[in-house]
Structures are given as structure tokens and as C-alpha cells.
Design a protein around this ligand. Structure first.
Ligand code: AHQ
Length: 233
């Protein structure tokens, strides 16, 4: 029963965003500087919302032991006074790709499709039972393998990027497996009924679609450029 449940969760890896055409082009070295800048700008909105999502999970979780573990995710991203966190590292990634901190923080470049996908993820964590939101974070079962490929590809194909700017992803290679292991253990331990297991799989499928929709918007770029209709001759 448990092995089958874990297999159902892991099967969602076939829907993971490393398979999206945009990430395939990234890994093949085919992205332009402008496309990489569009990606880092829009992904910043995802990153800055992760602590809000994790705080939503904590606000719904009545168990001290779980909150004591889960709070580490917020610290990892927000950092502490002394130690910058993942959001700070993402700002450095932006600078390495030629996008200023001010530009990232302004959200001027955030595309509608990205904003709505990310906001759907935060609202999911606010509105659904906390264990379903934990299950939705299990996309990180697939993250490290994808990030390893991406890191190697970025160092090989985009020599104009200062490798120091990629530090964020090196850190994720360490933190994501730890986070995914803890989240998987919780989900397996708490989702005992078939109904609960199906809800957990559905939560993970939803999250693969959040990541996919985000890349659809980034891949297409800003299609809302309002050009007035050409006047009839
Ligand atoms: O940088 C990422 C990150 O901090 C997180 C948090 C986690 C969650 O709680 O949903 N998911 C996640 C992810 C990050 N990076 C993505 C990438 O491919 O760069 C992967 C993404 C995820 O798999 O959900």
C-alpha cells in the first residue's frame, strides 16, 4: 500500500517542468540572453512567494513538531539578519544574468500567467488541509536531478554568466533533498486512507501544473503588448 502510494507520487515526475520546452531549450544552451532575463525576473516572483506559502502551511498546522521543522524553509529563503537566504541568492542570480535587484523587486516584468500560477499555489496552501499543501511541495522530489542538469548546462553553454551567480542552485542541491525527504515522510505517515492518498497525489499533480503554466507564460513572453488596430485604408 505504502510503496504503491509512493510510486503514484513519484510518477508525477513525468509531468515535471524540466520536460517543458523552455527548460529543454535552457538545458540545450538555446536560450537568448533576453529569454534568460525574462525567466529570472518571473521566477523571482515564485521564489519570493515560497515563504508566504510555507507560512500558510504553518498557520494551518496545529502540530508544534511539524512547525519546528517546517519553519526552516522560511529561514532558508528569507535568511536571517546576518545570513542572506535563497531570495538574496536569487537577486545575485539576477545580477549575474544582467537584471538589477531593483528590476526584480519591482515586479514590473512579472507576466500575468506567472502571477496567477504562483498566486494559485499560495492560495492552495492557505485554503487546503496542511498535509495536502505539504504534498504539493513534493515536486522537489524531482528538483535536484533537474537542477544538476541545469547547472551543468548553464556553466557550459552560457559563458557570459558569472558562475558565482549560480550559487542559489548549488545550495538547492543540498536543501531540496532534505526538504523532500521530510515532506515525503510526513505525507506517507499521515495519508493513510485511500481518499487521503488520492488527495495528496492530486495536490502534487496540481503543483506540476503550477510550474508548467509558469513556464508556458515565460516561454511565450509578453503577448499583451497593446498595439492599436491599424486604421482601415
Ligand atoms: O528554488 C525552488 C524552491 O525554493 C522551491 C520550494 C519548493 C516548494 O516548497 O514548492 N519548490 C521549489 C522549487 C524551486 N526551484 C525549482 C527549479 O526548478 O528551479 C523547482 C521548484 C519545485 O520543484 O517545486
Amino acid at each position: 500500500m505504502t510503496d504503491e502510494f509512493i510510486a503514484e507520487l513519484r510518477a508525477q515526475g513525468t509531468r515535471y517542468h524540466n520536460l517543458h520546452p523552455f527548460h529543454r531549450r535552457m538545458d540545450d544552451g538555446a536560450l537568448t540572453r533576453e529569454e534568460l532575463q525574462r525567466w529570472v525576473t518571473n521566477r523571482f516572483y515564485y521564489q519570493k512567494c515560497i515563504p508566504l506559502k510555507d507560512a500558510a502551511i504553518m498557520s494551518n498546522c496545529p502540530e508544534v513538531e511539524v512547525r519546528r521543522k517546517w519553519i526552516q524553509r522560511i529561514i532558508d529563503h528569507d535568511g536571517t539578519g546576518a545570513q542572506g537566504g535563497g531570495i538574496e541568492s536569487w537577486l545575485r542570480l539576477g545580477e549575474a544574468l544582467g537584471v538589477s535587484r531593483q528590476e526584480l523587486e519591482s515586479e514590473r516584468g512579472v507576466l500575468p500567467g506567472v502571477r496567477y500560477a504562483v498566486d494559485a499555489y499560495v492560495n492552495f496552501a492557505r485554503q487546503r488541509p496542511w498535509i495536502e499543501a505539504v504534498a504539493s511541495s513534493l515536486t522537489e522530489l524531482f528538483g535536484p536531478a533537474a537542477i544538476k542538469v541545469r547547472l551543468e548546462a548553464m556553466e557550459r553553454h552560457y559563458d557570459w554568466i558569472d558562475p558565482a551567480g549560480l550559487e542559489y542552485f548549488r545550495t538547492r542541491l543540498v536543501k531540496a533533498p532534505r526538504d523532500a525527504d521530510y515532506a515525503l515522510g510526513l505525507v506517507v505517515q499521515r495519508c493513510r486512507s485511500r481518499e487521503q492518498q488520492l488527495a495528496a497525489v492530486a495536490a502534487l499533480k496540481f503543483k506540476t501544473e503550477v510550474l508548467w503554466a509558469q513556464l508556458d507564460a515565460i516561454d511565450r513572453g509578453d503577448s499583451q503588448i497593446c498595439t492599436p488596430p491599424t486604421p482601415a485604408p
